[in-house]
Design a protein around this ligand. Structure first.
Ligand SMILES: N[C@@H](CCC(=O)NCCCC(=O)O)C(=O)O
Length: 256
């Protein structure tokens, strides 16, 4: 039996002749199998959502990756041809959800587009086409139809000693996958860097003085849950935080 309900903001996707509010299966299954929680996909309404109505009912929030990019107007930069594709309804939902999740101390795990939204939600900015920047590696998704190859572990990162992430996976070198062309540029004032790649790309952050679990990672631990110790540890730690909140709702509400 799963214990704890976790909100996952939907993407808007076009297929089968319809618009869908959808979340990728790999996040749903990582939450189910790696965290032992029940995921709840939250629709991305174009006019906005009462996120507190959602947060009153869940014990955690998982922000997924997605091929779309946060619209640069959310961090005060003009749109260029390099910024798309966009999903403005997802931006609207995720940014509002992240802000209130942190304010209320509800456990938060943000992955790939999620860490980028976390940084933007707290006042930071993003760099685009980072592979074209001097000294940076190519972090983009490998060109292959083979999903295991696309999500294969590709480069190492350094997890900082004493960080929240180090308390979960240990500090030092960790090998991760990479499927992104944007990354954190200006770090939001309330975020601490937890891990960096060899080229300086910020790979993990935590929320400073967070009331609860609040971590973002630029890579995709969800894909290898069940097959990779580091991925398992991250989802297990998130699940533990979600269950702790679920088990003591009165204490959680009093702490808000
Ligand atoms: N805006 C981001 C998106 C990164 C991300 O979340 N990627 C997951 C999608 C994987 C896929 O393409 O299948 C960026 O930096 O590119």
């Amino acid at each position: 039996m799963h214990s704890g309900l976790v909100a996952i903001p939907a993407d808007i996707r076009e297929f089968d002749g319809y618009s869908w509010h959808a979340a990728p299966d790999q996040y749903i299954m990582a939450a189910v199998k790696g965290s032992n929680v029940l995921p709840l996909i939250v629709p991305a309404l174009a006019d906005g959502t009462d996120v507190d109505m959602v947060l009153d009912r869940v014990d955690g929030v998982l922000i997924s990756g997605s091929r779309t990019n946060v619209h640069p107007s959310n961090y005060g930069e003009p749109e260029t041809e390099h910024h798309g594709p966009f999903d403005p309804a997802r931006d609207l939902l995720s940014i509002a959800l992240i802000r209130r999740t942190i304010e209320r101390g509800i456990p938060l795990l943000a992955i790939c587009r999620g860490i980028q939204e976390l940084n933007v939600a707290l006042g930071g900015s993003l760099a685009t086409e980072i592979q074209a920047l001097p000294g940076r590696m190519d972090h983009r998704k490998p060109q292959t139809e083979d999903r295991d190859a696309a999500f294969a572990i590709r480069h190492s990162i350094k997890v900082k000693e004493g960080s929240c992430l180090a308390s979960i996976v240990g500090h030092g070198d960790v090998n991760v996958n990479s499927l992104h062309r944007q990354a954190i540029s200006e770090l939001a004032p309330r975020l601490a860097v937890e891990a960096v790649a060899e080229d300086g790309t910020i790979e993990a952050v935590s929320v400073i003085d967070a009331k609860g679990f609040a971590i973002g990672v630029q890579w995709h631990p969800e894909y290898w849950v069940g097959n990779d110790e580091i991925s398992d540890k991250i989802f297990a730690a998130f699940g533990d935080a979600v269950r702790a909140r679920h088990a003591h709702p009165a204490a959680a509400a009093a702490a808000e």
